[in-house]
Design a binder for this molecule. Structure first.
Ligand code: BGC
Length: 380
């Protein structure tokens, strides 16, 4: 057991340098590269000893859509970093269409990909190609979004999604000084797509912070819409969020009632909310949260139309995933730092969590410009 641990730490140490900016407490889970959840009785790892080392170097990378800025960055970073590490890459975008993504993954398998990295559109909908991958001994890494109810998933790499939500909730608590002020303050809530497991973590994290204030009446949701189902936004669509906010404004905030804060789980929904406010809300501008630091939203941060954002450096996630790919391709275990939080319905998937950071008008230069994520020109 001890010998194994040392070997494990050594292999983890070999990839540690690749995990820039992500969590620090590496541990390695007992999970074989083809997705078996069985740990051997003495704690011997399955990945190192039993997983076949993929025979080739073609990596299929399936991304959900080009519509949102972040996935373009994710795809580009993954391709660049994988190629730099010596892999061939088949990168596909599915235009947010589930059938397209299913067929893209099937084609990757039939084209002989040796490993799949998948950011799903809907975490539940890739069961068939995932079974095919498992049958063919092709390891699968869930990228950013967890693939649900499939035992073909070897590893998961993402940002700490629950922490994203708590940071958004805490920002609202701080901005409205809910600890000290009497209130009541008016809040509205927008989260993401119900088929995206992350949305439940974002919502859950934020509501764990905000719910006590709703319960004691300091925060009031005038629309009455607070459950996940009521505040979800299909496809994370800006237009859908905008339409819902329009309806909420005309029903609840047209007679001078002040809207104090809007919890938006990400930037595409925050943009929809900002558009609706610009069109029909005349009161003092509310505190609005977001996530991703998309260019349009950072511009809104700078001009005060969005109050905070969550920066998830997609370069770091790509680095973490390339490290995972590298380990699996060498027949080794990949480094993970969470073996509790993400059960996909077939068991807990060993996960590497990167750390999300709060971005505001005060620190965006340091986070986004000094780090080279954007240039000043990008934000003009
Ligand atoms: C990602 C977010 C993104 C959202 C919409 C989520 O799964 O974690 O970063 O804003 O999808 O694409």
């Amino acid at each position: 057991m001890k010998k194994k641990l040392v070997a494990t730490l050594l292999s983890a140490a070999m990839v540690t340098t690749m995990f820039v900016g992500c969590g620090t407490s590496g541990e390695v889970a007992d999970k074989d590269a083809a997705g078996s959840t069985e740990a051997s009785a003495d704690g011997e790892d399955a990945a190192g000893d039993t997983a076949a080392k993929p025979d080739g170097n073609l990596v299929g990378v399936a991304m959900p859509t080009k519509d949102l800025q972040r996935w373009n960055q994710d795809g580009t970073n993954m391709k660049e970093q994988l190629e730099k590490a010596g892999y061939e890459v088949d990168l596909q975008y599915a235009n947010n269409d589930i059938a397209t993504q299913v067929s893209q993954v099937e084609t990757m398998i039939s084209n002989g990909c040796n490993l799949l990295v998948i950011a799903s559109i809907d975490g539940e909908s890739l069961g068939t190609p995932l079974s095919q991958a498992k049958e063919a001994g092709i390891p699968v890494i869930s990228y950013d979004r967890l693939l649900m109810n499939s035992d073909a998933v070897s590893y998961y790499a993402t940002f700490d999604n629950y922490m994203v939500g708590t940071k958004q909730g805490e920002a609202i608590v701080e901005a409205l000084d809910l600890e000290n002020a009497d209130g009541p303050f008016n809040l509205e809530i927008f989260t993401g797509d119900p088929g995206d497991n992350n949305a439940r973590f974002f919502y859950g994290g934020a509501m764990d912070v905000l719910q006590p204030y709703i319960d004691d009446g300091k925060l009031v949701v005038q629309s009455g819409q607070t459950t996940f189902e009521e505040v979800a936004t299909a496809n994370w669509s800006t237009e859908t969020a905008q339409n819902r906010m329009d309806t909420i404004i005309s029903g609840n905030y047209s007679g001078g009632t002040k809207l104090d804060a809007v919890l938006c789980s990400n930037d595409s929904t925050a943009l929809g909310v900002a558009n609706a406010l610009a069109a029909s809300y005349t009161g003092e501008y509310p505190f609005i949260t977001g996530q991703d630091c998309d260019v349009a939203n950072v511009k809104n941060l700078i001009t005060g139309k969005q109050s905070m954002d969550i920066f998830k450096d997609t370069r770091d996630l790509a680095t973490a995933v390339v490290g995972m790919v590298d380990s699996i391709m060498k027949g080794e275990e990949a480094e993970v730092n969470d073996t509790e939080s993400y059960d996909n319905g077939t068991g807990v998937i060993p996960t590497y969590l990167c750390e999300p950071k709060v971005c505001t008008a005060d620190n965006y230069k340091e986070l986004l410009l000094d780090s080279g994520y954007y240039t000043e020109d990008d934000l003009k």
